[in-house]
Each structure stands twice: as structure tokens, then as C-alpha cells.
Design a protein. Structure first.
Length: 170
């Protein structure tokens, strides 16, 4: 009777420990409105075979600030949001190329190397204000133009997708 209780207890403990270690890798499913879907080659799916992020999940990632001029605003703006590479890490993305799709179906291909070589963020705020869909939010791909002036070219501007809704990892 006693031995059986011990066995049941250790079994329970083993299940809890396994569950916790699995959780360290897997992402929780989103609770709020989904703002970003990562599809394609992702190893940490949380909804079917995709990774769905709500705003809270994106805000839980380390936030990065980029102060830069852009073609879209007057003067320097402080953008903040998670780094592209943090999002890819959280999703367990494995690939070389990202198909970044906006709410209006505008799409652009970004090499993963851009997110490794530069602090590219998916900005959620500009000067502290949440980017709403009408201000090019909820997510705006922002390259650090002022830090790397050579980035200010048509190729990179095409990759500066606003109203980002989906990233397909290829
Ligand atoms: N969502 C979305 N992002 C977009 C675009 C677009 O049409 N929709 N145009 C891209 C292109 S081709 C360029 S050059 C830059 C600048 O566009 P603008 O000159 O219309 O401001 O934004 C990029 N990001
Ligand atoms: Mo463009």
C-alpha cells in the first residue's frame, strides 16, 4: 500500500517534470487576438503546425529600441518591439528566407541573414504610441537606417513591410 503510493507519487512527479521541460521549449497557445502567424519551417508550433502570437506574447519577448529617420515619418522616431531574430528563435524557425505578408496582401521576401546582421525589429510602437492598423501597425518591419545608412535603398525599403500579419519561413 505504502509502496504503491510512493510509486504513484513518483510517477506523478515524473509527468510534472516532463511537462515542465516540454513547456520550456514549446510556446503557449495565444490567449488574446492573434496579430502574427509564423508558418512554414517552425519547430515550436502552438496552433496546428503554425506559431500564433498575440500582442502579449510579442511584448513578453525582449524589446528593442531603434531611433532612426525613415521615409515614412518626419524626423527621428523611436521605434520599439521585438527583434526579428527573437521572434524567429521563439518560433524555432529554420530557413533562409522569409515571406513577409501584410494585412493588404502586400508581400516581400526578407533573407534571414538581414535579421542576423542587423537589429531589425517588428515595431509595435513609435515614440511610445502603439501602432494601430491605421498607423501602419500592428507590426512594422523597421531596419536601423540611421545606424547603417547604406540600408536606405529601394531593396530594403521594399522589405520594410508595414501591417505585417504573417511570416512564412522557407
Ligand atoms: N504593407 C505594405 N508595406 C509596404 C508597401 C505596401 O504597399 N504595403 N510598400 C513597400 C515599398 S515597395 C516601399 S518602396 C516602401 C515605401 O513605400 P511608400 O513609398 O509607399 O511609402 O514600403 C514598403 N512596405
Ligand atoms: Mo518600392
Amino acid at each position: 500500500m505504502i509502496r504503491r503510493t510512493v510509486m504513484v507519487k513518483s510517477l506523478f512527479l515524473a509527468v510534472v517534470i516532463l511537462g515542465l521541460s516540454a513547456q520550456a521549449v514549446a510556446l503557449e497557445p495565444p490567449e488574446g487576438t492573434v496579430v502574427l502567424v509564423i508558418s512554414g519551417n517552425v519547430s515550436h508550433p502552438n496552433v496546428g503546425d503554425e506559431v500564433h502570437f498575440d500582442k502579449e506574447m510579442l511584448q513578453a519577448l525582449p524589446q528593442h529600441e531603434t531611433v532612426t529617420h525613415t521615409p515614412w515619418y518626419d524626423g527621428a522616431v523611436t521605434f520599439s518591439g521585438p527583434l526579428g531574430r527573437s521572434i524567429l528563435n521563439a518560433a524555432g524557425a529554420q530557413g533562409n528566407s522569409l515571406r513577409v505578408v501584410a494585412l493588404n496582401d502586400y508581400a516581400s521576401t526578407i533573407p534571414v541573414s538581414d535579421f542576423e546582421n542587423y537589429d531589425v525589429i517588428l515595431a509595435m510602437r513609435a515614440n511610445g504610441h502603439v501602432l494601430r492598423v491605421r498607423d501602419q501597425g500592428p507590426l512594422f518591419v523597421i531596419y536601423p537606417f540611421d545606424q547603417h545608412p547604406a540600408l536606405l535603398n529601394e531593396e530594403i525599403l521594399m522589405r520594410s513591410v508595414w501591417q505585417v500579419a504573417r511570416i512564412d519561413v522557407q
